[in-house]
Every structure is written in structure tokens, then in C-alpha cells.
Design a protein around this ligand. Structure first.
Ligand code: CTP
Length: 326
């Protein structure tokens, strides 16, 4: 014999009420059970989310606010509404976030075991821009996709993730702290400032090795004949991380090669004193910049693992699995 609302409650991994009216929020806050929804909610022991969506005046009413705060105190996650055009014709706070946004919360809660809970992660992503004058810079083709996939994977596993991003065209993942660092020099500062607190650092950004020696204050005007500009070396972030690393820190670098992939990448692993190099051969179809897939070899002191052609999401999963299995 099964009581319907209890058996349903036992099966659930997560319970989200979206949209939650003022009436439902009030009932849930006080344990009133007079229908299937409210009885099941009370019987559920899984993570619970309430997404209040209603008219602005109803939402702002202290009674509603008290009810929502009361739900928070009981451990229910309250996803606050957005501002916008509401069903009643008014414009203001009370709009339910888009279903994709709500799905993001569900995914974060249940998509993966939380094997990175409490861990601090830094992921760098994108292409640095090295200015030569106020209008021009030297950059590369990195879009940020691989770094973002890694950040997202770590978020799903419960980590606290900071993305240090240069120029990107991919969409920044949710639930991360995002710090902008456009040039190699700025990225050096932002990463070093945070490094000592990080358990894992994934240097997925394509950082310039050289920057214009002089950054002109004014636009460089053309003249007859050719122009050459002097470049100076940037500071190698990963190498300095390797020099100053703490014992339990995991450092992961990336390597793009067009020849002698393993040999060059292994040399990088040793030279920069890091735990893993994710190497990809730019000549392989489906690998490298801008694609949704990647074809990489994971290089550690123990050996090399060739991964098949995978989506960047699955590549990220394999990289994080390898980092955790260290
Ligand atoms: N990197 C860095 N700081 C730099 C340059 C690169 O931290 N100033 C990091 C990148 O984020 C990446 C790795 O180092 O994780 C790449 O190493 P690098 O020696 O720059 O490799 P490539 O440029 O691919 O190799 P090479 O110049 O030796 O061909």
C-alpha cells in the first residue's frame, strides 16, 4: 500500500515549485497541506526550490517577503524573481526567470556527484589582447569554450569556481565568479593574487608569449614604407605558479602543437613543474580553437592518455576526472 504523495516524495531527487504564487509560498512556509502539491512538498526530504512569481506589489508585500525568508530558514532555496513585463500587465519585479536558468539550478544540484565540494578552482579562458596603441592589439583565435567547459564541470561537481577571462566569444557559464583580465600582464596579476587559495588551477587561456614593447599613447599613424614593432616576453603565469606551488595544489596547463606533440608537451610539464598538460594537435580535424569538439592527450608524469574526439564538455569531464584521480 502506497500513499501517493509520500511515495512520490520518496522518489524525488529535487523538488522545484515554479512558478510559485504568493498563495503557494505562504502555504509551503507554514506547512499547510491541502492538496497534492503541498502535501508532497512537506513530505520531501530532497533539496527543494521555490521560484516566487507574482505581481510586484504582492511580491514586495512584507507578508510575502516574510514567507520567503521563512522558507529560506527551513533550507528551501528561494530563486528570486526577475524584473520585467508581468502577466497582469504591470512592469516590475516578479517575473519568473527563463526555464533555462531554472534548469541550470537543477543541473548544478543533481547532474554530478559533489566530489569537488569545498574545493577552490581557478580557470583561465579566452585569448589575451596585447595593445600596441589605443586602437590595435595582437591576439589569437581562442574563444574560451574549453575553459568555460572546465569551469562548468567543476561547478557541477560542487567546486567554488573563479574564471579569469581574457577576450571570449563563448557564453560565460553560471554560478562562477568572473574576473576580467584582458592582457597577459593583467592575467598574471589576477591569477597570482588568488593562486594561494586555489586547490586546482586550469590555465586554459591562450596567453600571449610576447607583447608590444611600447604601447603608444596615440594611434600609430601610417607612413610610407614598412613598419616593425618590438615585442618583449610576457611573464609566464604557469611557470611562476609551478615555482610557487603549494603541496596539494593541482596545476594544469594546455599546449597547442603542430608537431612533436608529446615530446614538446612533456618538456613543458617538467619545465613548468605542473601536474598535467592537456595537449592538442592543431592539425587534427575537430581539435583546437572555435570548435565544439576537442581531441586531446593528457600528459602527466605517470604517462599519456589519448582521449578520443569528444565534445568540449566531455573533454572537460575527462580532464577533471584525471585531475581528481591524481
Ligand atoms: N601560459 C602562461 N603564461 C604565458 C604563456 C602561456 O601561463 N605567458 C600558459 C597557457 O595558459 C598554457 C600554457 O602556458 O596553459 C602554454 O604554454 P606555452 O609554453 O605558452 O605553450 P605554447 O605557447 O603552446 O608553446 P610554445 O610557445 O613553446 O610553442
Amino acid at each position: 500500500f502506497e500513499v501517493e504523495h509520500v511515495s512520490l516524495a520518496k522518489k524525488a531527487d529535487l523538488f522545484m515549485v515554479a512558478p510559485a504564487t504568493a498563495d503557494i509560498a505562504a502555504k509551503l512556509a507554514y506547512g499547510i497541506c491541502d492538496d497534492m502539491l503541498t502535501t508532497t512538498f512537506l513530505a520531501c526530504e530532497c533539496p527543494k526550490y521555490v521560484v516566487p512569481s507574482m505581481n510586484t506589489r504582492m511580491y514586495n508585500n512584507p507578508v510575502t517577503q516574510d514567507n520567503l525568508n521563512r522558507l529560506s530558514q527551513y533550507g528551501v532555496h528561494v530563486i528570486r524573481p526577475e524584473s520585467g513585463y508581468l502577466a497582469c500587465g504591470d512592469t516590475g519585479t516578479g517575473k519568473m526567470p527563463e526555464p533555462e536558468v531554472l534548469f541550470g539550478y537543477i543541473e548544478r544540484e543533481i547532474a554530478r556527484p559533489k566530489d569537488m565540494k569545498g574545493k577552490h578552482v581557478i580557470v583561465t579562458a579566452g585569448a589575451t589582447q596585447e595593445s600596441m596603441d589605443p586602437v590595435r592589439f595582437i591576439t589569437n583565435h581562442s574563444t574560451g569554450k574549453m575553459g568555460f567547459a572546465l569551469a562548468r564541470e567543476c561547478v557541477l561537481r560542487g567546486a567554488d569556481v573563479c574564471i579569469v577571462k581574457a577576450s571570449v566569444s563563448a557564453e560565460v557559464p553560471g554560478f562562477c565568479t568572473v574576473v576580467e583580465a584582458l592582457s597577459a600582464g593583467a592575467m598574471y596579476e589576477e591569477v597570482m593574487r588568488r593562486a594561494s587559495l586555489a586547490d586546482y588551477i586550469f590555465m586554459a587561456a591562450a596567453v600571449a608569449d610576447y607583447t608590444p614593447a611600447v604601447k603608444a599613447d596615440h594611434k600609430i599613424k601610417k607612413k610610407d614604407g614598412d613598419l616593425s614593432i618590438d615585442l618583449s616576453r610576457t611573464k609566464d603565469i604557469l611557470k611562476d605558479l609551478g615555482l610557487n606551488r603549494t603541496d596539494n595544489q593541482f596545476l594544469c596547463g594546455f599546449s597547442m602543437e603542430t608537431e612533436n606533440l608529446e615530446e614538446n608537451s612533456r618538456a613543458k610539464l617538467i619545465r613548468k613543474n605542473v601536474d598535467m598538460i592537456v595537449a592538442n594537435n592543431l592539425k587534427d580535424p575537430g581539435a583546437g580553437f572555435g570548435t565544439d569538439t576537442n581531441l586531446v592527450t593528457l600528459i602527466t608524469k605517470k604517462g599519456s592518455t589519448h582521449l578520443p574526439l569528444l565534445s568540449k564538455e566531455d573533454t572537460a569531464k575527462a580532464i577533471v576526472d584525471a585531475a581528481l584521480a591524481r
